[in-house]
Design a protein around this ligand. Sequence first.
Ligand SMILES: Cc1cc2nc3c(=O)[nH]c(=O)nc-3n(C[C@H](O)[C@H](O)[C@H](O)COP(=O)(O)O)c2cc1C
Length: 170
Amino acid sequence: MKITIFNGSPRKENTLAMATAFAEGAKAAGHEVEILHVGRMKIAGCLGCEYCHTKGEGKCIQKDDMEKVIPAYLESDMIVFASPIYYFDMTAQLSAAIQRMYCIGKPAKAAKAALLLSAMSPNPFGGAIATFKDLCAFLGIEVAGIVTAAGDENKSEAKMKEIFELAKAL
Ligand SMILES: Cc1cc2nc3c(=O)[nH]c(=O)nc-3n(C[C@H](O)[C@H](O)[C@H](O)COP(=O)(O)O)c2cc1C
């Protein structure tokens, strides 16, 4: 499978450690993996102008880093969203990248998705998990796994192994 991990963190710390463990597990199983650092990209929110569904024929009227993200959405067999929790949700950058998918509707090939979330406090994950599950149901994509890391679990050997094994079993 071709797997793209959309890393919503602007930092190269806890979320990237989760994304890297996932990438290593998936590569060990023979999959092709790319990590896109969406958290550092310039991606504006959707304008809801419907240009993409009318004159734009699937193309967004806004020209920004979303042009790097769309091909990955279209070409991946599996998409992985990785994000730190910012106020009980995924980061604004990753949320914008997800909402800007509106111009293409369901990613053409994606059959599976996974979610990796990092946070400081014990359980602020409910909102992001609900969004992810609802999105997968809406798009008709199978939920292949959800892993959270809170506080000391971040970068821990046990958590990295859990993520590695999940990806290796795909
Ligand atoms: C703007 C902001 C908002 C945050 N909100 C939360 C929160 O609501 N709950 C929580 O447990 N941690 C929160 N955190 C902490 C991060 O989720 C946590 O440090 C995470 O491990 C950072 O991941 P990273 O190293 O990949 O950036 C917040 C951090 C920032 C910068």
